[in-house]
Every structure is written in structure tokens, then in C-alpha cells.
Design a protein around this ligand. Structure first.
Ligand code: IPD
Length: 277
């Protein structure tokens, strides 16, 4: 299995770097149209599609029998049992504004490609604007630019730097604001970096102590969750469930258990209430 993990990891890194180059070289076009926001959004969408297309074409050449699940192009089935889970640009709003926290995320999983059922074998999160590359292979550790990572021992909650993120829909944001208002007085401070895959990798790197977010998609999570786990961190959902769309909590294991209990108490996974006019 280690040979397969090593092969998949090499492919993940090669593909993420190639897509990162494309995305990075396409940024000046975004700046050019930033005056008219709607066309800027179109350029970002076009880059998202171009990045995923490059990933799909490269994977089809290197690993023709594998399946692919991508944010933009959906699920293409394969015969090998391996599925590539791809986010061609995580942190699209940062990309639009020229903030550096955006990344290409590429992971190889076996099993049904959902967070509750998959086993992630290899993952790479590459942030082309900063040049940072996180990699992890199942059973072989997590690395930032070749340096082995280990999550920092958990400080008490009131000394934790907590990362989070928000969905794009108002109903969801109202519920997320309520949860955040309850947590904010209890932690050192809060960061909203704007790219879930990078947030999770920052937990593995010791630049965030804890992270939680509701509403993550498989491609936000696949590669970075393995980076956290291989760095010795915990990645969990609420009420005994795996991390996934309902909730993802990551950090040092004992602090994750504490935050999970707090989020359960706050009903942070309750259905969104409609926003009244
Ligand atoms: C989003 C970012 C953001 C998170 C959202 C994601 P996208 O991904 O990761 O930080 O809060 O939940 O959807 O749309 O930029 O790929």
C-alpha cells in the first residue's frame, strides 16, 4: 500500500502544481476586469473551469482508470477503485480580490467519494500565490514544503486562535453568526482566512489552533483533512459523525472534543431558519 500511496501522492502534487501555475498566470486577467465586478466573477469562473479541465486531462493521461469528482465538472466514474477529489480553486473570493489565500486541492480516495465513507490515501494542497505546498500520504505523514508537520499541543480554549468560514447563503450565515457570537468571547481570537483547505492545513502547521465550519463540500476537505490527520490532529463532525457538510472541526484531539461539545450544545448543525424580510 505504501508504494500506491507514494505513487498517488506524486501524481497529486504534480497535478496541483500544474493547475496552480495556470491559475497564478491567469490572475492578471482578473485584475484587468476587476473594475466591472460581474465580468471579474466570470473570469474567476472561467479560471476555475480551466484549472479543473487541466487537472482532468492530466489525470486521464497519468491514471486513466481512476474516477474523478470535481467541484465544477461533477463525477466521472472509473474502474480502478481510486477517485480523485479536486477543488480547482479553493478560496475563489480571495483569488478575485488578489488576497493570497487560495489553493488547488487534489486528493486520491478509495471507497464511495463522500467524507463519511472514503479513505483518503494521498492529498496535496498547493497555494500558488505563496508557493506553499502541503502534502500527506496515508501512514506516511504530513509535510509543508518537505518539512514534517505535527499539530501543536492544545492550549486552553481561551488561548486558542480559532479559524472558521461561512457559506454563501444568507440563511446559513445568520445561523453561523449566532454560533460565532457565542464562541468569540471564549477564544484568543478568530480568523476567517477564506479557503477551507488552507484553514485546515494551517491547523496542521500550528498557525491556527482550531478550526470549524459548517457546509464544507468533499473537495474542500479531502486533501486537507488527511494533512491534519497525518500531522496528529483530529478531524471530526458532531454527534459521533465523521467530518462533512454538517460540520467539520479540526485541531489537537482534546480541543476538538471540547469544541465539538460546545457546537453540539449550540445546535450549530440545526437546519437553517428562513430569513424574515
Ligand atoms: C469556499 C472557501 C471558503 C469557505 C466556503 C467554501 P470556494 O470554497 O473554502 O473559505 O468558507 O465554505 O465554499 O467556493 O472558494 O471553492
Amino acid at each position: 500500500p505504501h508504494a500506491l500511496v507514494a505513487e498517488l501522492l506524486a501524481v497529486a502534487e504534480q497535478v496541483a502544481r500544474a493547475a496552480g501555475r495556470l491559475v497564478q498566470e491567469g490572475r492578471p486577467d482578473v485584475v484587468g476586469v476587476a473594475a466591472t465586478k460581474s465580468s471579474a466573477v466570470d473570469v474567476v469562473t472561467a479560471m476555475d473551469l480551466a484549472s479543473e479541465d487541466l487537472v482532468r486531462r492530466t489525470l486521464a493521461r497519468l491514471r486513466p482508470d481512476d474516477a474523478i469528482l470535481g467541484e465544477e465538472g461533477g463525477h466521472v466514474t472509473g474502474t480502478s477503485g481510486v477517485t480523485w477529489v479536486v477543488d480547482p480553486i479553493d478560496g475563489t473570493v480571495n483569488y478575485l480580490y488578489g488576497l493570497p489565500a487560495y489553493a488547488v486541492s487534489v486528493a486520491a480516495v478509495v471507497g464511495e467519494p463522500t467524507p463519511a465513507t472514503w479513505t483518503v490515501l494521498a492529498g496535496c494542497v498547493h497555494a500558488p500565490a505563496t508557493g506553499e505546498t502541503w502534502t500527506a500520504g496515508r501512514g506516511t505523514g504530513a509535510y509543508l514544503d518537505g518539512r514534517r508537520l505535527a499539530v501543536t499541543p492544545a492550549p486552553p480554549l481561551d488561548r486558542c486562535l480559532l479559524g472558521t468560514g461561512f457559506g454563501y447563503v444568507a440563511e446559513r450565515r445568520r445561523a453561523q453568526a449566532r454560533v460565532l457570537a457565542a464562541l468569540l468571547p471564549q477564544v484568543r481570537d478568530v480568523r476567517r482566512i477564506g479557503a477551507a483547505a488552507i484553514d485546515l492545513c494551517q491547523v496542521a502547521t500550528g498557525r491556527l489552533d482550531l478550526y470549524y465550519e459548517r457546509g464544507l463540500q468533499p473537495w474542500d476537505l479531502a486533501a486537507a483533512a488527511l494533512v491534519v490527520a497525518e500531522a496528529g490532529g483530529a478531524v471530526s463532525g458532531l454527534r459521533g459523525r465523521a467530518a462533512g457538510p454538517d460540520m467539520t472541526v479540526a485541531g489537537a484531539p482534546e480541543r476538538v472534543a471540547q469544541l465539538v461539545a460546545m457546537l453540539e450544545e449550540l445546535d450549530a448543525d440545526a437546519p437553517d431558519a428562513p430569513v424574515a424580510d
